[in-house]
Write a protein that binds this ligand. Structure first.
Ligand code: AHR
Length: 661
């Protein structure tokens, strides 16, 4: 092999590690073989309301316990007044109570009654502390809404004030309430200062009896300015992944902590004041303000195919904390209950896809979306214990869906782990029932991912396709190390190589509020004002933004000198929409590695490629203090038919070569 050492690339940022050389390709090197058609929906996202991902997270509502529905069954110390305090100003006095006799809606039974005996001009009322404070920005507008009625038919003057730590006023709105029936009042509050930890005060200043419910404050600007919408900054970093699909609403949240806690989508689509709230399996509360309408809308807004997962008629096997005694807590709906449950699942398809004049399609239309949401995928079951009760119910639901909606692709489940009894039994059912796609979950060490780069090479190409619905490398201390992210990157190249049978994959979980973390590692951490994108996020983003639909084997080869005991993996795909060739090279070793890239197969490529490089130390982590420790550098690479590329130790390189048009 004769090698010219003359560097000839133009690097924007990076020069040091890229040694690009022309060479005569070794005659013994394999020519790229025939391309393999791979899934066009390979990389997507997993959303579960876990670690305050929805309420107190992506859902932009700023008032915690807005409808006074918190109870000890959500969380042992919680009650209707959690996150609220009764306040008396000056010499004002009166009483406060929780009532249930005449609610706005029976699904939302609790509300507050304020009996203002003597306001003394200053009044009495309530204060809400939001989710760890209410974070506002100077000059921004906030949308306030609240339901009131004045029981004695006397007009009652109400003042809302956003206040800071030293009691300073940060924005106000006022109402005169004379309605004797429940009525929604709305106003805008403009913040006069920025404050991360403000609170919202509601003061009644007139003698009388006032009932109050659904006290709500949203930033006026939500993601895509949707009403009842999502936190714009968080939604944007999710959108930046350009996921091909979004799985929701979980995770374990779907099959629930006992039968009464199974996620019921119909409870989540009516106007928010009529949604029936529930406890969250992760030990807090679900307002369902982010419900099925908002999930579908978000999928559409970010160009992701919706992948709702419904329970398979059984609850989580760990219900009641029985994971401590082997996970024997699975409960099954009775056969009488199954008929209604199956209908509920069928109705979900109609809700998403049915015409605007169908029973359930009309509810979608009424909520503001007459066009269908184009549902294609539906998951049935989430990593359930594979019992006869599960199997029977799964089959009833799946058969009914396929019978009524043959075009819906049903995703089954093969238990919580990537091997073992449930996995085996789940696959037996998949083979017997000819399930189209099954959901495998894997939370394993970084080494496990490196050791399983060939896991799917020998999977039966005629059996079910695989959706890796939850995966993440769990490093020591379950930290988001660069080492964990690189092992995921290596594994993802193997998913591309096997993209003919691996239909989809999603890292899990995606979101975590750092003050309420139930699980780690996660992809994205946040508090009220900051967002932390992990090294794992950077990897997911590079793969997700550089997906292809054809895989080309043997394009990248590790040079002979380097082939022993190194951690190395690569892939080459084409995105047929753009014609771009995309190469990914993962070097998990502590030394630089040279690989040979043979582009002879590809005609008409531009001669400069856009490249992204993530590199660092294996134990590097992004933190709120240092968020960009692991962050991609961009550079350009000159392209010839055959090139060599030196990937730095511990790195991921993505080389995107445009088709010359
Ligand atoms: O992703 C976190 C949890 O892990 C999911 O809820 C569950 O499906 C899995 O066990």
């Amino acid at each position: 092999m004769s090698v010219s050492n003359q560097p000839f690339l133009t690097c924007k940022v990076l020069m040091l590690f890229v040694v690009l050389t022309l060479f005569h390709y070794n005659a013994s090197s394999k020519e790229p073989a025939k391309a393999i058609k791979i899934s066009p929906d390979l990389f997507g996202i997993f959303f579960e309301d876990l670690s305050y991902a929805a309420d107190g997270g992506l859902y932009a509502e700023m008032i915690q316990n807005r409808s006074f529905e918190y109870t000890p069954s959500d969380h042992s110390a919680w009650h209707s007044f959690t996150s609220w305090d009764f306040i008396k100003k000056g010499y004002g006095y009166g009483t406060i109570s929780i009532e249930t006799a005449h609610p706005i809606h029976s699904n939302n039974p609790h509300y507050v009654m304020l009996d203002i005996h003597e306001p003394f001009h200053d009044g009495i009322g309530l204060v809400n502390y939001g989710y760890d404070g209410i974070s506002i920005k100077r000059g921004e507008t906030y949308q306030l809404s609240v339901y009131f009625k004045s029981l004695l038919a006397t007009p009652i003057e109400i003042m809302f004030t956003l206040r800071g730590k030293d009691n300073q006023e940060l924005g106000t709105a006022s109402f005169s309430v004379s309605s004797t029936a429940w009525k929604k009042y709305t106003a805008k509050i403009i913040a006069t200062e920025s404050f991360d930890d403000s609170r919202l005060e509601l003061i009644a200043k007139t003698k009388g009896q006032l009932v109050i419910d659904m006290v709500s404050l949203f930033p006026e600007h939500t993601f895509k300015d949707r009403p009842n919408g999502l936190r714009a900054d968080l939604a944007q970093v999710i959108a930046d992944l350009h996921p091909k699909f979004m799985r929701f609403p979980g995770g374990c949240l779907v099959h629930g902590d006992g039968l009464g806690n199974i996620y019921r989508w119909k409870n989540t689509i009516d106007p928010v004041e009529e949604r029936k709230t529930d406890r969250n399996i992760w030990n807090y509360h679900q307002s369902f303000g982010l419900g099925y309408f908002e999930y579908f809308q978000f999928c559409e807004d970010i160009g992701a195919k919706p992948l709702p997962v419904v329970a398979a008629g059984v609850s989580c096997q760990n219900s009641g904390g029985t994971w401590r005694i082997g996970g024997c807590g699975q409960k099954a709906l009775s056969s009488e209950e199954m008929d209604d449950y199956i209908q509920e699942v069928l109705d979900l398809v109609e809700y998403a896809n049915g015409p605007a004049n169908s029973e359930w399609g009309s509810k979608r239309a009424k909520a503001g979306h007459p066009e269908p949401f184009n549902l294609v995928y539906m998951g049935i079951g989430n990593e359930d214990k594979i019992t006869p009760e599960f199997e029977e119910r799964y089959k009833l639901i799946a058969d009914a869906v396929k019978k009524k909606y043959p075009n819906i692709i049903v995703v089954g489940t093969v238990g919580p782990f990537p091997d073992g009894e449930d996995y085996e039994k789940g696959w037996d059912i998949a083979n017997k029932e000819k399930i189209e796609v099954v959901d495998e979950h894997m939370y394993k060490s970084p080494d496990w991912f490196w050791q399983h780069l060939h896991r799917y090479d020998n999977y039966d190409r005629n059996a079910a396709k695989v959706y890796i619905g939850e995966f993440a490398a769990h490093d020591t201390g379950r930290k988001n190390t660069f080492r964990s992210a690189l092992s995921e990157a290596a594994f993802m190249t193997s998913l591309e190589r096997n993209g003919d049978i691996v239909a989809m994959a999603s890292y899990a979980p995606m979101l975590s509020n750092v003050k309420h973390q139930s699980w780690s590692p996660d992809l994205i951490y946040f508090n009220n004002t900051q967002i932390l994108l992990t090294a794992n996020y950077q990897v997911q983003k590079l793969f997700s933004n550089n997906q292809g639909d054809w895989y080309y084997p043997n394009v990248v080869e590790l040079s002979a000198a380097n082939t022993d005991s190194v951690k190395f993996s690569s892939s080459c795909v084409i995105d047929s929409e753009t014609g771009d060739v995309i190469i990914k090279i993962v070097n998990g070793s502590d030394t630089d590695l040279t690989s040979l890239i043979n582009l002879a197969t590809f005609k008409k490529l531009e001669n400069l490629a856009n490249c992204s490089l993530l590199k660092g130390n294996p134990m590097d982590e992004n933190t709120f203090e240092k968020p960009d420790v692991v962050y991609p550098e961009e550079f350009e690479l000159s392209i010839t038919k055959k090139i060599s590329y030196k990937s730095p130790a511990n790195s991921l390189t993505v080389i995107r070569i445009k088709k010359d048009k």
